[in-house]
Design a binder for this molecule. Structure first.
Ligand SMILES: Cc1cc2nc3c(=O)[nH]c(=O)nc-3n(C[C@H](O)[C@H](O)[C@H](O)COP(=O)(O)OP(=O)(O)OC[C@H]3O[C@@H](n4cnc5c(N)ncnc54)[C@H](O)[C@@H]3O)c2cc1C
Length: 497
């Protein structure tokens, strides 16, 4: 008889685990607390617009690079049209100086040297690493346990030419590198897209992926992408139960044997995978009974990606003054009452994706990071009137900023939607409203996290809380790896498609 697996969460990680296990002869049911799939990779309808909550770029969009093959196992990649931008984004510092982050590495080097000749030495080092790592292939196919000796040796051999570059840059944070620079514009370039604490290696890899045309935007956006993956899961025979939040993971004699839903319904299983939030899984659904110093240490000390505020605007007509992406330094604080926010606003005009707006209209999003998740959550719970007022203050300040920096817009707005950290927590359960889980910092480097918990059999975790660095590829890989670990344990030869 087939082994029965319950997966908690129909985000990309849960769907990836579900597809691979179903294909390898397991009987899978995914239970999802929301009435839809995708988790953070989602969009929502507002007055004819599809407000996109996720994808800026998808690593794995180039058929010649290795992530494409992994995506193609769970989503029909040739059916998706990808856009590769010539300019990743344009950064504008407080003085109004602009630097275009071209995706072509040679053009970007030229742009940086022209705009910040005083930082030539550091710019050349940085861009040399981008070029070098554009030839680097991340080992993505298997968990370390699944390697044979020969495969392991081959891997070490293929990594060898890159180890010095990876080692050097993984130990430097974005903040440390930017402190070495003299040009305010270069500093803005470094700090506007990635947090200070993050390892700068991630910035370098992102530019390398862009240079390889392996980080394109999929037309149709997040909902299309998650929808196609959910279709694959259903096609291979997986069961998906919506509006089924898990309250508890049932454990008997140190073995996970099922889940209990918020409704009180119990679902038996031979194996349980949690692809939901890591903190809630370990400390709520399992009551903190299966952890150790290392895991507690993660949740006490590790840096998470921040939460965010996203203002989405439906505009009647074009906004020619705004390019598809710009990151602009704030000249005044946005609603100081609601606490700390990042120093930059990321603005996107989604005209490149006609599926997101009605004809003749434009969707514009303004995005800024914040770690004030408690403020927003408490306000939402304690006083919904004050919560609404706080949102309205943020909208007013962001609109005023847009008008100071870009163009008059207020009279053309036909749709306004604002998401706060409270929205992220409510709809996805992500700890602190984080948008990508654990950040890769110099302290963590490229160290892998375990997908099992101490003392608990028949239980695995997947998603961006067990794969530092976050993002859709982490969700894909960790789901696939959970399936591989299960197959390895059961001596099932893993079939990927
Ligand atoms: C604004 C934004 C922009 C982003 N841009 C990009 C990008 O351009 N490229 C990129 O690669 N990544 C991007 N990301 C990150 C990416 O979306 C995430 O890292 C990835 O989707 C995480 O997937 P996951 O499956 O690990 O987790 P999630 O998406 O959080 O999925 C977890 C699922 O579990 C469900 N769940 C939670 N608790 C329970 C419970 N108790 N019972 C049942 N179900 C439960 C949730 O509802 C959810 O569906 C972005 C994220 C955001 C928010």
């Amino acid at each position: 008889m087939k082994k029965r697996v319950v997966v908690i969460g129909a985000g990309i990680a849960g769907l990836s685990a579900g597809i691979h296990l179903q294909r390898n002869g397991y009987d899978v049911e995914i239970v999802e607390k929301e009435p839809s799939h995708g988790g953070l990779c989602c969009a929502w309808d507002r007055k004819g617009f599809a407000v996109d909550g996720c994808i800026h770029w998808l690593v794995g969009s180039n058929p010649e690079q290795q992530f494409y093959k992994l995506w193609n196992e769970i989503v029909d990649m040739p059916s998706i049209k990808f856009i590769d931008f010539d300019t990743f984004t344009t950064v504008e510092d407080k003085q109004g100086n602009q630097l275009h982050i071209y995706t072509d590495a040679d053009r970007l080097l030229e742009e940086m040297l022209q705009k910040a000749p005083e930082d030539e030495k550091y710019i050349r080092q940085f861009m040399k690493a981008v070029k070098k790592l554009s030839r680097f292939k991340l080992p993505v196919g298997k968990p370390p346990q699944a390697y044979t000796l020969m495969e392991g040796l081959r891997l070490v051999f293929s990594l060898a030419p890159f180890l010095a570059t990876l080692g050097k840059w993984s130990k430097i944070s974005v903040g440390e590198f930017s402190d070495k620079l003299s040009s305010p514009l270069m500093k803005s370039m470094m700090l506007s897209l990635f947090s200070r604490e993050k390892s700068i290696l991630f910035y370098i890899l992102t530019l390398a992926w862009m240079y390889n045309k392996d980080a394109g935007y999929p037309v149709g956006g997040s909902r299309m992408f998650a929808g196609k993956i959910a279709e694959t899961y259903k096609r291979v025979g997986g069961k998906l139960t919506y509006s089924a939040g898990v309250k508890e993971i049932i454990v008997e004699d140190g073995r996970a044997v099922g889940v209990e839903l918020e409704s009180g319904t119990k679902i038996d299983a031979d194996i349980v995978i949690s692809a939901a939030d890591g903190h809630a899984t370990i400390y709520k659904m399992l009551g903190g009974a299966f952890t150790d110093k290392t895991i507690d240490g993660y949740y006490e000390n590790r840096v998470t990606f921040p939460s965010y505020i996203q203002l989405s605007l439906g505009i009647d007509g074009p906004i020619d003054e705004l390019s598809h992406s710009a990151v602009i330094a704030l000249d005044r604080e946005i609603d100081p009452e609601s606490g700390e926010k990042g120093d930059f606003v990321l603005m996107r005009k989604h005209d490149f994706d006609p599926t997101l707006a009605p004809e003749g209209k434009s969707l514009v999003t303004l995005f800024l990071t914040t770690r004030e998740h408690e403020y927003w959550q408490n306000l939402k719970k304690s006083d919904s009137g004050e919560y609404k007022k706080a949102k309205a203050r943020v909208v007013d300040d962001l609109l005023a900023f847009f008008e100071r920096k870009i163009a008059p817009i207020k009279d053309k707005i036909v749709m306004t939607d604002i998401a706060t950290p409270s929205t992220v927590i409510r709809y996805t359960g992500n700890w602190k409203g984080s948008f990508e889980g654990w950040m890769i910092t110099p302290e963590i480097g490229l160290k892998q996290m375990k997908q099992t918990l101490p003392g608990l059999e028949s239980f695995y975790m997947a998603g961006h809380w067990v794969q530092a660095g976050g993002g859709l590829p982490s969700a894909l890989m960790s789901g696939r790896k959970a399936a591989q670990l299960i197959c390895l344990k059961d001596k099932v030869s893993f079939q990927s498609d």
